[in-house]
Design a protein around this ligand. Structure first.
Ligand SMILES: [Zn+2]
Length: 154
């Protein structure tokens, strides 16, 4: 299965899924991302179902072998303080965008319940925390059809 690069297809709505269906999709996404990372120099750390033409609210993260999936995730709260970073997207090859992301996000998903990612103290913000919170926000954005190129318009 290929990773979609057509913006129009990334703007179609995603459905909520059952836990069973979500876990099945997540398994597929891990294998697609592993396969991608074996074949390309640029390494992906997250993937959403919509990027593979599966219109479900499911995404996966594989950051330094810390793997997890999110089924029907949404961001329910985020810090007012933001940091600036540079993001890329496997669906938008060759594009780098400067984005602002919150230091922490509180998310709710069917499989993990309510969890906070990121950190409250900017002095203790490691590169890993920064990548993790950015990646999770980026993948959840895909579930709601938001792309990094939208940051330019805001
Ligand atoms: Zn992306």
């Amino acid at each position: 299965m290929k990773i979609l690069r057509d913006e129009k297809l990334l703007r179609l709505p995603c459905m909520e899924v059952s836990m069973k269906q979500g876990l099945k999709t997540a398994k597929q996404l891990f294998s697609i991302l592993d396969n991608y990372n074996r074949n390309y120099l640029v390494q992906g750390i997250g993937l959403s179902a919509i990027q593979c033409g599966i219109y479900e609210k499911v995404c996966i993260i594989n950051l330094q072998n810390n793997k997890f999936c999110l089924i029907n995730p949404k961001i329910i709260e985020e810090s007012n303080v933001k940091f600036t970073t540079i993001e890329r997207c496997l669906s938008l090859p060759g594009i780098e965008i400067e984005t602002q992301r919150p230091l922490w996000i509180r998310i709710k998903s069917d499989n993990l319940g309510i969890q906070i990612f990121g950190i409250t103290d900017i002095a203790k913000f490691t590169k890993y925390d920064k990548l993790l919170v950015t990646c999770i926000a980026h993948e959840i954005d895909h579930c709601f059809n938001r792309l990094i190129i939208d940051f330019k318009k805001e």
